[in-house]
Design a protein around this ligand. Structure first.
Ligand code: SF4
Ligand code: SF4
Length: 332
């Protein structure tokens, strides 16, 4: 049985204290909606010895295929900027940015209009290059600060929040609305009518697919999240969670089969493309042989599993899967 309450409007929410705003975010159950689902209030509570001077709203989609954040920026730009102001107030900072890839000019325009006249807020158009939406890439592009290996954004005085999270924070601060719904991209060659849906958390994936006209016959796999970092769902009767940014329905033509991979031929393409400057070839070789401590020596835990290395590998090596196995076997 569903029970609903009337939401109360508090137009003066920016006059609340930092502690009161944090309490609203906490009791609304807001988490990072880019996929990680890390509690937002924790990210907004850095230790005293790590002061923050910059907040960045990540308007660069974390994965190809996903367009939910783009849609939200077109439809709710003013609310997203208000969410950014809440973050800035809580962290006591005067510099806020929204980073958007330059292949989304309509979103850049909408967000720039919404930010007009707002002190300390700037909307940045960034080169469209995967994985621009990764936190460390975004920070480098906007602030020219480099997050060192094994460090976090707060170590360079930055907090990054996702577009959807910013919108949810605005709704929590102004109306006290809990995080009960989110935008989910339903896409891929296997879906009949791709689109972005605003859905309640807990809705079954099968309902989303049905709403988008169903799956085509040649569908092979359904991915929760994006095609690079998401995971195949074992059944369509699993629910949308707060971190579900997309459902990708893939056909044979879109899938590389992991069982077809060959030995590393030392071509170096994965090293050239890795945005973290890692040696994915060595990580995958060590992991394949079960030498997980050896993989750690190659900065295993700096890999954020963007999948770029596997995408360019001519031997079709399942580098990310091997890295995930290694990470599960050793401590950071
Ligand atoms: S997935 Fe590959 S390319 Fe991406 S960070 Fe990890 S090692 Fe580098
Ligand atoms: S791209 Fe593939 S084959 Fe080439 S060095 Fe990297 S792991 Fe080896």
């Amino acid at each position: 049985k569903e029970e609903w309450t009337i939401l109360r409007d508090h137009p003066d929410y920016l006059k609340l204290s930092r502690a009161e705003l944090k309490e609203k975010i906490k009791s609304a159950g807001i988490v990072g909606m880019g996929g990680a689902a890390f509690p937002t209030v924790v990210k907004l509570s850095p230790p005293k010895e790590k002061p923050i001077d910059t907040v960045i709203i990540n308007g660069s989609e974390c994965e190809p295929y996903l367009t939910g954040d783009y849609r939200l920026m077109l439809e709710k730009p003013a609310e997203i900027i208000e969410g950014l102001k809440v973050f800035m107030k809580i962290l006591g900072v005067s510099r806020g940015f929204v980073g958007i890839e330059d292949n989304k000019p309509k979103a850049v325009t909408a967000m720039k209009q919404a930010a007009e006249g707002q002190t300390g807020i700037e909307v940045c158009s960034l080169p469209a290059k995967y994985p621009q939406g990764a936190e460390k890439m975004l920070i480098k592009s906007i602030t020219q600060r480099e997050v060192p290996p094994k460090a976090l954004p707060m170590d360079v005085k930055v907090v990054v929040q996702n577009v959807s999270t910013s919108f949810a924070v605005f709704e929590a601060a102004r109306y006290g609305k809990p995080l009960i719904e989110r935008v989910v991209t339903v896409t891929g060659e296997g879906i009949t009518e791709p689109g972005n849906l605003l859905v309640k958390i807990g809705t079954l994936i099968s309902h989303l697919i049905e709403e988008c006209g169903g799956m085509k016959d040649e569908t092979l796999k359904v991915i929760s999240g994006g095609p690079m970092m998401g995971f195949a769902v074992p059944s369509l009767d699993v629910p949308v969670t707060k971190g579900t940014s997309g459902i990708v329905v893939m056909t044979e033509g879109e899938i590389a089969h992991a069982e077809d991979f060959s030995p590393c031929i030392r071509c170096g393409r994965c090293i050239d493309i890795c945005p973290m400057g890692l040696m994915p070839s060595m990580l995958s070789i060590y992991a394949e042989k079960g030498l997980y401590e050896g993989a750690k020596e190659y900065n295993l835990f700096d890999c954020f599993e963007c999948g770029s290395c596997a995408f360019v590998c001519p031997s079709k090596r399942p580098i990310v899967q091997l890295i995930r196995v290694a990470k599960s076997q050793v401590k950071p």
